[in-house]
Design a protein around this ligand. Structure first.
Ligand code: NAD
Ligand code: UD1
Length: 362
């Protein structure tokens, strides 16, 4: 365990939040945001898709007075998880990020996804019930909407049958959390549907860590620009969109982090219905070609890309209506596509300077 904190630290809220997957991409940014707002954080991770040194970076950003405890725990291991709840009876909310997230891998190995994502969720909810922790936030995804007829997507847009086992764990996860809340008098939950998270912290100390060859658009762009990949293929240029390439709603990871803190504050203040769903996107779609242009503008580099065939399973266009989060949580995204590209690029260059890709640092 790594424990940091002194009595001088002013804890404005007095509340302790348990974060699962707290060393991962979105989790690490959210832990920083919670600490900056004066929360105490218990961060759990099994480092399946992250690294322990990220925890030092979190401390570097949040300052040595930040109150955070890091634990190496697999949340599916109920005995170990129970010990955490016994150790910290003051936990008043849980933000649950821990899950596998690679869509393609989930198609090849569905049981790995159902096992970790569903058992992990059930295990943490069982502890929430046993230790009477009332407030719960679940990481969901716009993947639950599938191919939509009407844009932008609101929270009441009907859900589709999931295209992948990963997507199915999000649809089922939302259902499991909802059923749990309805059966548990003290429980309340927020389901956050992220659109396309991207970018990195403005310090370039934390960001998305590629374990394998990147597959998502922004990490592919920065990998090509830094020479780790030869060329980006634009998947489809004959869609019915303004330039023929697909449209997505890219949301900066720091805006996402802020939304989690606001959602937790709203839960703690008793301001929400028992189960609330929020879309988290910037409300605007960008095409793949527009994303490439934004990268070229902020980096001053010409990106090597080729126009290619459609990728199987891609939806044509999706972007969020986030008015509910704005109205109920007081949340508005502040970063745009250029901020996403600038910070993602700074992060990629920092990893290069650090020899992350060649040293295989663990
Ligand atoms: P990530 O892989 O960077 O972070 C997840 C973290 O959870 C990792 O550090 C991993 O080691 C940890 N973890 C996984 N299984 C665990 C277990 N059994 N016990 C303890 N730790 C475990 O992923 P992320 O991008 O930060 O995503 C966080 C959440 O948001 C996930 O639930 C993901 O499905 C969801 N989400 C992500 C995106 C995205 O594009 N990144 C989009 C929509 C939803
Ligand atoms: C995918 C997942 C989604 C997940 C999200 C973030 C699918 C069907 N959906 O969304 O569930 O929440 O990742 O992890 O897999 N593109 C290229 N060339 C590339 C890479 C991407 O043109 O090399 C295009 C894609 O066709 C798409 C856009 O860029 O139009 C964004 O792709 P990506 O970053 O993979 O995210 P999604 O497919 O939207």
């Amino acid at each position: 365990m790594n424990t940091v904190g002194t009595s001088k630290h002013v804890n404005k809220t007095g509340k302790t939040i348990l974060v699962t997957g707290g060393s991962g991409y979105i989790g690490s940014h959210t832990v920083v945001n919670l600490l900056e707002k004066g929360f105490r954080v218990i961060s759990l991770d099994n480092y399946d898709n992250s690294h322990k040194w990220i925890n030092n970076r979190i401390l570097e950003i949040a300052g040595n007075e930040a109150k955070v405890h890091f634990h190496d725990v697999d949340i599916c291991e109920k005995q170990k998880l129970r010990k955490i709840f016994e150790k910290y009876p003051e936990i008043s909310g849980i933000i649950h990020f821990a899950a596998h997230k690679a869509v393609g891998e989930s198609v090849e190995n569905p049981l790995k996804y159902y096992d970790n994502n569903l058992n992990g969720l059930i295990s943490i909810l069982q502890m929430a019930a046993k230790f009477q922790v009332p407030n719960f936030i679940f990481s969901s995804s716009c993947t639950v909407y599938g191919n939509v007829d009407k844009l932008p997507v609101t929270e009441s847009t009907p859900l589709q049958t999931a295209e992948s086992p990963y997507g199915a764990t999000k649809v089922m996860g939302e259902r499991i959390v909802t059923d749990f809340v309805h059966a548990t008098p003290i429980a309340k939950a927020v389901l956050l549907r992220y659109f396309n998270p991207a970018g990195a912290h403005s310090s370039a100390l934390i960001g998305e860590l590629p374990q394998n060859k990147p597959a998502n658009l922004v990490p592919v762009i920065t990998a090509v620009a830094s020479g780790k990949m030869d060329c980006l293929t634009v998947f489809g240029t004959d869609y019915d969109t303004r330039d023929g390439s697909c449209v997505r709603d890219y949301i900066h990871v720091s805006d996402l982090a802020e939304a989690h803190t606001l959602a937790m504050q709203a839960l703690l203040n008793g301001k929400l219905n028992r189960v609330e769903v929020f879309n988290l996107g910037i409300g605007q779609g960008a095409t793949v070609l527009e994303a490439i242009k934004a990268f070229e503008k902020v980096s001053g580099k010409k990106l090597n890309y080729a126009l290619g065939q459609r990728r199987k399973g891609d939806v044509v266009a999706i972007y969020a209506d986030y008015q509910k989060a704005q109205k109920v949580l007081g949340w508005s995204p502040i970063f745009n596509m250029e901020d996403i590209m600038r910070t993602a690029w700074e992060w990629e260059k920092q990893l290069d300077n650090d020899n992350y890709f060649t040293s295989g640092r663990q």
